[in-house]
Design a protein around this ligand. Structure first.
Ligand code: AKG
Length: 382
C-alpha cells in the first residue's frame, strides 16, 4: 500500500459441523426469543477484555441462559490483555509523508499484542439460544440458486474499468459468518488486530491484521515481524482460497460476456494468494487513497489482482488514476460484495472514505455479534 495514511492498512479453519444451536436456555418470559450464537463456556474460553466494546445488536428478550461455548471460540484463545482506548488518528491525506528509508525493525520476542481488539462484542446475558430460523437457510439457498440463474449463469456484477470487477452480494451469509468468526479468532491472538502507528506518532484510522506476511505501513513494505510488538503474521488461511478462486472464475465469465473476449485471464490474471490484509473500520474509520504496489515485481508486472471481501457495514470505496480525492470515482461496497482489481487496474489508487452505520445485515450481526463497522479482507499474491 502506498499513498495516504490515516488508515492503512493460526490457520483459518472451516466451521464445518454444527454451529451449536441447541436450546440451552430456560425461558422465563413470553418475550420473543432470537437466534444467537452460544456464549462462552468457561473463563479460559471467554473473550479477552478489550477496548471500547460496542453494544450488541438489540435483543428484545427476557430469558435466563446457561451459556455454552460458541462454535468459533477456540479453547486456545489468548488470555485477557490490557485495555487501551482507541486514539483517533488523522484522516487520510492524499499526499502522504515520504516513507522513511527501511531500517531494521526491533524484534522483541513475540507476545500477544498489548492492544487486543475484538471485532465482535459477544454478550452472554439477556439472550436465548434457539435453533436457527428456517428462513435463514432457505433464503441462502434461494439466493444462491437465483445468483446461478441470473443473466445466463453470470453473477450479479459489473466491470468498473479494465481489470476491475465488482461482484454484488457474492459471499453467502454462512461464508460471511465463517470469515468473521475466523478473523475474530485470529485477531485475538498473537499477530492479531492492532492499530498501526507511524513513527511520528500518528495512527491509522483502522485496525489491521496481516495473514501470511506483515504489511508495515510505516516503512511501506512487507516484513517478517511487526514494528510495534515483533509479532509474526499468523499463517495464511487456506479455507478462504476457494472463495477467491470462485470469484476470479466468475469475474472471468463476466468479462467474457461484457468485453467480448475469449481470453478474460489476459485482462484479469488468476492469482494464488499467500497474503491477506484484514482491516476493521469502526464507523469513523477511513483509508486514504493509495496504491497496493509492494507485492513482488513479478506479481505487479503480471497484474495479479487484489481480491477484496467486504463484510458488515457498507462503505464508500474511492478509486481513480491518481491520489486526488476530488477526481476519484466511488462505488458502495456492501456486505458480501467482492471487488477485484488486477491487470491494467492493478495499481489503481483506492481508499475508503465513509462507513455507513447501521447497514450491516441483521442476520450477520445476530450470528456473529460483529461490532458496528466494516471488515475488509484483501487477498494478494506476493
Ligand atoms: O477496505 C477496503 O475496501 C480497501 C482496503 C485496502 O485498500 C487495503 O487494505 O489496501
Amino acid at each position: 500500500m502506498e499513498g495516504g495514511r490515516g488508515g492503512g492498512r493460526g490457520r483459518g479453519r472451516g466451521r464445518g459441523g454444527g454451529r451449536g444451536y441447541s436450546p440451552t436456555a430456560t425461558a422465563t418470559a413470553t418475550a420473543k426469543a432470537i437466534w444467537v450464537p452460544r456464549a462462552p463456556q468457561s473463563q479460559s474460553q471467554s473473550p479477552p477484555t478489550v477496548d471500547h466494546p460496542a453494544p450488541a445488536p438489540a435483543t428484545a428478550v427476557s430469558v435466563t441462559i446457561t451459556p455454552t461455548s460458541p462454535p468459533h471460540q477456540s479453547p486456545s484463545l489468548p488470555p485477557p490483555h490490557a485495555n487501551h482506548s482507541q486514539q483517533q488518528p488523522p484522516h487520510h491525506s492524499p499526499n502522504p509523508a515520504p516513507s522513511p528509508s527501511p531500517s531494521p525493525s526491533p524484534s522483541p520476542s513475540p507476545s500477544p499484542s498489548p492492544h487486543v481488539f475484538d471485532i465482535c462484542s459477544l454478550k452472554t446475558s439477556n439472550t436465548v439460544v434457539l435453533k436457527p430460523p428456517l428462513h435463514f437457510k432457505n433464503r441462502q439457498l434461494r439466493k444462491q440458486r437465483q445468483q446461478q440463474l441470473n443473466n445466463n449463469n453470470l453473477p450479479d456484477g459489473s466491470i468498473l474499468r479494465p481489470g476491475m470487477v465488482h461482484l454484488k452480494s457474492y459471499l453467502s451469509l454462512p461464508d460471511q459468518v465463517n470469515i468473521v468468526n475466523t478473523c475474530r479468532h485470529l485477531g485475538l491472538g498473537v499477530g492479531g488486530f492492532y492499530q498501526p502507528a507511524f513513527r511520528d506518532g500518528a495512527h491509522m484510522n483502522l485496525h489491521m491484521m496481516c495473514l501470511g506476511k506483515i504489511w508495515d505501513p510505516d516503512r511501506s513494505c512487507y516484513a517478517e515481524t511487526r514494528l510495534t510488538d515483533g509479532a509474526k503474521a499468523p499463517p495464511f488461511p487456506p479455507d478462504f482460497l476457494h472463495l477467491v478462486h470462485n470469484a476470479i472464475r466468475d469475474s472471468h465469465a463476466l468479462i467474457k460476456h461484457h468485453c467480448n473476449t475469449d481470453a478474460p485471464q489476459k485482462l484479469l490474471p488468476p492469482l494464488s494468494p499467500d497474503i491477506v490484509v484484514v482491516n476493521f473500520y469502526t464507523r469513523s474509520g477511513r483509508l486514504g487513497l493509495h496504491q497496493d504496489k509492494h507485492e513482488s515485481d513479478e506479481s505487479l508486472r503480471k497484474g495479479l489482482p487484489v481480491v477484496s471481501f467486504s463484510i458488515g457495514e457498507a462503505a464508500d470505496f474511492l478509486y481513480g488514476d491518481d491520489g486526488d480525492v476530488d477526481k476519484a470515482q466511488k462505488v458502495v461496497l456492501e456486505s458480501g460484495d467482492v471487488l477485484i482489481f488486477g491487470g491494467k487496474s492493478r495499481t489503481v489508487f483506492h481508499g475508503v472514505s465513509t462507513i455507513h452505520g447501521g447497514t450491516a445485515p441483521e442476520l450477520l450481526l445476530q450470528e456473529t455479534k460483529l461490532r458496528p463497522g466494516r471488515l475488509n479482507l484483501t487477498f494478494r499474491q506476493y
